[in-house]
Design a protein around this ligand. Structure first.
Ligand SMILES: NC(=O)c1ccc[n+]([C@@H]2O[C@H](COP(=O)([O-])OP(=O)(O)OC[C@H]3O[C@@H](n4cnc5c(N)ncnc54)[C@H](O)[C@@H]3O)[C@@H](O)[C@H]2O)c1
Length: 364
């Protein structure tokens, strides 16, 4: 078992990474939730069918009473109605401050569960059992929880840290490859923003990663969690450093939004966005051509998209970027790589450079 700590003073918590659920994990869950007398496991029907019995078996070893809730599947479930449904259940089942929520699933289940926990009785404990690559390396770490508003994504939420993140790599075996690939975009992102050695490892071990070799996966997931944990520990509320995690997201979010958060997966948008940001950086003489080439090549080898979807115009992407949370005083903020393993944050990218790069990436 590998262990990484998210260091946040009294709100610090461990991330445990295992090939399969173990007794040790159950013991650590018990320790992470002292005095807890009631666990509420939240998942959706797909995850429930595949992984709920394993999770319940793990939780039962803690000797705590367990109830389960199934919420609808997919991004459209990330709304206040579903959170309200969870709160109704908690009230009907007499949940108290000694109850804790358990998120079993991807980022959608994790974000909803975390937000429900953050507000119920002004905040109760929750733990994350992530089952997608994206949730293992990204959404379950760092305490951002929340839901979408009909007019904007992720704008209703809270910072609320879990007490523990328990990663069972075995759950990835049932994950569709497109979902795995989408999560892998965030893994590549972590290498580019913080760690050239990690990026090199990804270049070298790509085949082993996609064939789900356990030892390699453990190293990759632990490496990504370590990078995210370190960034979050230094800047929990995104007042500075944490913004580097948005590398690839300025263009990526715009593409995702133009696809109505359905036709283009998050990681696919981020992949294109990472290439766009690298190319912009190169045009501004902030990085060399080799950096752009290595990022593009790794994305291409992962079968992630390297060009904008054919139905989008550069103008529509530019316009959509203006609506983003990352825009300040009308200036679009970009995270730009200055090499592999380091980035800089800029809000002075000339609009014509952005337009030019987008045109060059297939947006006519
Ligand atoms: N809180 C954060 O810091 C943060 C960071 C990044 C993304 N997010 C959010 O995460 C969400 C995306 O998360 P995601 O990519 O995990 O998508 P997701 O939660 O929608 O899961 C993707 C699909 O895979 C299914 N699934 C999950 N685990 C499975 C498994 N082991 N086997 C088979 N099927 C499985 C799900 O039911 C779903 O259909 C978005 O809402 C995004 O906003 C949050």
């Amino acid at each position: 078992m590998k262990e990484i700590t998210v260091g946040l003073g009294e709100r610090s918590y461990p991330i445990l990474i295992c090939e399969t659920a173990t007794h040790e994990m159950a013991e650590r869950i018990r320790q992470a939730l002292p005095g807890c007398d009631h666990l509420i496991l939240i998942s959706n029907s797909t995850i429930g069918r595949l992984h709920a019995s394993g999770a319940i078996h793990l939780l039962e070893t803690t000797g705590t009473h367990i109830d389960t809730i199934e919420i609808p599947e997919g991004e459209t479930a990330k709304n206040t109605r579903v959170v309200n449904y969870v709160w109704d259940f908690l009230i009907e089942h007499n949940c108290t401050r000694q109850s804790a929520l358990v998120a079993l699933g991807g980022g959608v289940v994790g974000d909803i569960t975390g937000f429900a926990a953050a507000c119920y009785m002004r905040g109760i404990n929750f733990i994350q059992l992530p089952t997608t690559l994206l949730s293992m390396v990204d959404s379950s770490v760092g305490g951002k929880t929340g839901v979408n508003h009909p007019r904007a994504k992720n704008v209703i939420g809270a910072f609320w840290q879990p007490r523990l993140v328990c990663i069972n790599l075995g759950t990835l075996r049932t994950l569709p490859v497109e979902e795995f690939r989408s999560g892998f975009a965030e893994v590549i992102k972590h290498g580019v923003i913080r760690d050239s050695g990690y990026f090199e490892y990804l270049e070298e071990k790509l085949d082993a990663i996609f064939s789900l070799d356990t030892h390699t996966l453990e190293h990759v997931v632990a490496g990504s969690c370590q990078i995210k944990a370190e960034v979050v520990s230094k800047d929990e509320r995104e007042s500075g450093l944490r913004a580097i995690l948005n590398y690839g997201h300025t263009v990526g979010h715009a593409i995702e939004a133009l696809g109505d958060y359905g036709s283009i997966r998050h990681g696919e948008g981020v992949a294109v966005g990472m290439i766009a940001a690298a190319e912009i950086s190169h045009r501004m003489n902030l990085c060399d051509a080799r950096t752009v080439e290595r990022i593009t090549k790794l994305i291409e080898r992962s079968s992630l998209p390297t060009r904008l979807p054919g139905n989008l115009t550069a103008e529509s992407v530019l316009e959509r970027m203006q609506l983003d949370k990352k825009v300040r005083d009308g200036k679009v903020r970009f995270v730009l790589p200055t090499g592999i393993g380091e980035v800089t944050i800029r809000n002075d990218v000339p609009p014509e450079t952005i337009a030019d790069v987008l045109h060059g990436m297939g947006c006519e």
